[in-house]
Write a protein that binds this ligand. Structure first.
Ligand code: GLN
Length: 295
């Protein structure tokens, strides 16, 4: 069979198994099996595939049908136009999280953002995208998972920003040495009960997805003390899940009544990012955070 024929057959199988973006995934897997660049794949489409290479490719398709994400099989994933190493200790970056990067860059354009902290950085995709687009900014990236930080370090080295992104091991805001202008986070926000639907084969780390009973446990944990860790007029950018905007904005306006709160939809129209900006006149408010547990 030619490469084109093999691709078409594999795509049909993936489609029949309800795998979205079947064509793209088959191409990525075939390129990985044959160690081909994208251009080379297109140039070779009418070439015959050797039997050993074909067996390798079908083996990868079998793994994919077993639920293993393509990004883990091939070991990398594109995010914000950049390529990142991924492995099962880190969540695979999602296209909708690019909105967090876009919003952060907008803020940086309209004001002074000289220091940024990403909480729960995983493979480092968000922190590194910001580091590359904001060459003057000082960037911290924290994660509770030491194995995730190892992947983040590899990605920092791959993109030449290991001196600019300070990786810190620890829970939430704890490892931050100083207040910053912007805190950005894609925390776990999936309801525990929905984990089997989001990650049916369980390949992705639960730690990075599990937001507890109502999905908002980690977001609540971050919001309560966040005022202490932001500079005056600082900003928080949070990724949220479908249907969470109301609860998160209510919580934030309760904690920080005079701050400006905005909700931004993603390309599918789902409310995806919540931003909280302290105003100069009300900056003192964030140091008087209410003590009681928010439920
Ligand atoms: N957006 C991811 C998903 O629904 C969840 C990521 C997260 O919990 N932060 O697959």
């Amino acid at each position: 069979m030619t490469l084109k024929q093999v691709l078409n057959r594999a795509r049909g199988i993936l489609v029949a198994n309800n795998i979205e973006q079947a064509r793209l995934e088959c191409e990525l897997l075939l390129r990985y099996a044959l160690r081909l660049s994208r251009v080379q794949l297109y140039l070779d489409l009418d070439q015959e595939l050797g039997s050993e290479a074909e067996a390798d490719f079908w083996h990868l398709i079998k793994r994919r049908l077993n639920g293993e994400p393509t990004a883990y099989i091939i070991g990398h994933r594109e995010f914000y136009g950049l390529d990142f190493y991924v492995e099962p200790s880190v969540l695979i970056p999602r296209p909708e999280s690019e909105l967090l990067v876009e919003k952060a860059l907008e803020l940086a354009q309209n004001g002074t953002v000289s220091s940024i902290a990403e909480i729960g950085t995983g493979c480092g995709a968000i922190a590194i995208s910001l580091a590359l687009n904001l060459p003057q900014a000082k960037i911290y990236a924290t994660d509770i998972s030491a194995s995730a930080l190892k992947v983040a370090l590899l990605n920092c080295q791959k993109h030449g920003v290991e001196d600019r992104v300070c990786l810190l091991h620890g829970d939430m805001l704890n490892p931050l040495p100083e207040p910053v202008d912007l805190i950005i986070a894609n925390l776990p926000y999936v309801k525990e009960i929905e984990l089997p639907r989001i990650s049916p084969a369980g390949f992705e780390p639960r730690l990075a997805l599990n937001g507890g009973r109502d999905g908002l446990e980690k977001i609540r944990q971050l919001c309560q003390p966040v005022g202490d860790r932001l500079c005056p007029e600082g900003c928080l950018l949070l990724e949220i899940g479908q249907g969470q905007a109301g609860t998160v904005t209510t919580l934030l306006s309760y904690l920080f009544p005079s701050a400006k709160i905005e909700v931004v939809p993603d390309l599918s129209g789902i409310d995806r990012v919540v931003s909280l900006t302290f105003r100069a006149t009300t900056a003192g408010e964030k140091f008087k955070i209410k003590e009681q547990a928010i439920r």
